[in-house]
Design a protein. Structure first.
Length: 80
């Protein structure tokens, strides 16, 4: 598998995990300030979620690549 394919698998995995982590730990503010959206979270903790998404994507990508290389599902002959 080429390095471009590995980067693509990692990127897709990272985004999926990041989007799953976004709603975790989000709380609405008690007092809504003027000019702020009522749905805006108080402390979104985006940097922490980026870190967790990166740490979780590495073994997930490795598992996906192992699954592809294991031959459990033949992928090479499908696109003829």
């Amino acid at each position: 598998m080429s390095s471009v394919a590995i980067i693509v698998v990692f990127s897709i995995t990272w985004w999926l995990i990041f989007l799953m982590l976004l709603p975790i730990g989000v709380r609405q503010p008690d007092q809504i300030e003027a000019g702020h959206s009522a749905g805006a979270p108080e402390k979104p903790m985006v940097w922490k979620k980026i870190l967790w998404a990166t740490l979780a994507s590495i073994p997930a990508t490795a598992a996906i690549l192992w699954f592809i290389h294991s031959g459990f599902i033949p992928i090479r002959g499908v696109m003829k």
